[in-house]
Write a protein that binds this ligand. Structure first.
Ligand code: 13P
Length: 349
């Protein structure tokens, strides 16, 4: 394991003003996203959509890394450059989702365990050969009556730690993602308690597996009330709960925390990330690794129509720029209207 390279890759991913585009939707998930805009999910439409996002001119100013799905890793741009190589040319680091999805945890009703450890060593070395420099593994933690159990948290932490150790052996920065779901009617304190308990288990397991924390990134949920809780929380309240929770349980050796959006709207996710960064300097960089919150508006603008490709790129560029501002606490709601200040036009590649 080359610790220095792992650490410098992790730090490059959380460089100031930059964050990650999570474009690693599995085939069933992208099918769901496409059906919401009336587009059939085929290899060709999936490739065309990812091409639209990745070739957006100027987006490398805000996006340091992209998480790909296995299929996309093997596909190419309109100009026939493999996506990972294309991203590298643009100064964007390619990453890869390596888990095989969350399945029911036997014996523990309504809890899940993420699969994909068998054969992972071989897959990681193939992905590295193909250009990936970081990976992602998502554990899913549902909120409900008497769940998650301590065992459910431990089982997922163990799998995350096995994955992280294998990644570092293969020269890939592991993004460790324990996602406490927003579904439910719990209050913000409920989310905070479970997030803290999950992260405690994760860092215990990473320690036991001798994972080099400086060469990792954490991808957590923000601390929020459940989707069905009757009162929404203000960004300042979310920021306070999130930062306080993370200061208690995330070691300072971790270079960065890259939040998932988890079902927040694009505007909510930017406003909350902004409030988190506005709280001042913390031991780690506080950035984004958004899927839906970066893509929803662009997807809607595109609707599978080639003629709307540039309009969709403008929307994507705009969203990335706003999250870049939120990354340094410089976002405000009036920027939502500045859509025309973006450059998409011909790009150089
Ligand atoms: P969302 O931002 O849409 O939650 O997706 C991020 C992600 O990669 C979840 O694994």
């Amino acid at each position: 394991m080359d610790k220095q390279t792992l650490e410098s890759t992790a730090r490059a991913i959380v460089a100031s003003g930059k964050g990650i585009l999570a474009a690693d939707e599995s085939s069933p998930t992208i099918k769901k996203r496409f059906s919401s805009i009336g587009v059939e999910s085929t290899q060709a439409t999936r490739r065309a959509y990812r091409d639209l996002l990745f070739t957006t001119p100027g987006v490398e100013a805000f996006i340091s890394g992209v998480i790909l799905f296995d299929e996309t890793m093997r596909q190419a741009t309109d100009t026939d450059v493999r996506f990972p190589q294309y991203l590298i040319q643009r100064g964007i680091i390619p990453g890869i989702k390596v888990d095989k999805g969350a399945k029911p945890l036997a014996g523990f009703e309504d809890e899940k365990i993420t699969e994909g450890l068998d054969g992972l060593r071989r897959r990681l070395s193939e992905y590295r050969e193909m250009g990936a420099r970081f990976a992602k593994w998502r554990a899913v933690i549902p909120m409900g009556h008497e769940i998650p159990t301590t065992f459910g948290l431990k089982a997922n932490a163990h799998a995350l730690a096995r994955y992280a150790a294998l990644c570092q052996e293969a020269g890939l920065v592991p993004i460790v993602e324990p996602e406490v779901l927003m579904d439910g009617d719990h209050d913000i304190k409920g989310c905070r308690d479970v997030t803290a308990a999950a992260l405690n288990q994760v860092y215990d397991a990473l320690f036991d597996h001798c994972v080099y924390l400086e060469g990792t990134l954490l991808k957590p949920n923000m601390v929020l009330p459940g989707k069905n809780y009757p009162v929404r929380a203000a960004p300042e309240e979310i920021a306070e709960a999130t930062v306080t929770c993370f200061r208690q349980v995330v070691p300072a050796a971790v270079p960065g925390i890259v939040f998932l959006s988890g079902g927040q709207s694009s505007v909510e996710a930017s406003a909350n990330l902004n409030a988190i960064n506005a709280m001042g300097k913390q031991p780690w960089e506080l950035s984004f690794s958004f899927g839906r919150a970066l893509q929803a508006n662009a997807l809607e603008a595109w609707r599978g129509d080639d003629d709307r490709r540039e309009a969709a790129q403008r929307v994507f560029y705009h969203r990335a720029r706003l999250n870049s501002a939120a990354r340094i606490g410089a976002y405000n709601a009036s920027m939502e209207e500045e859509i025309d200040s973006v450059p998409p036009s011909q790009n150089d590649f």
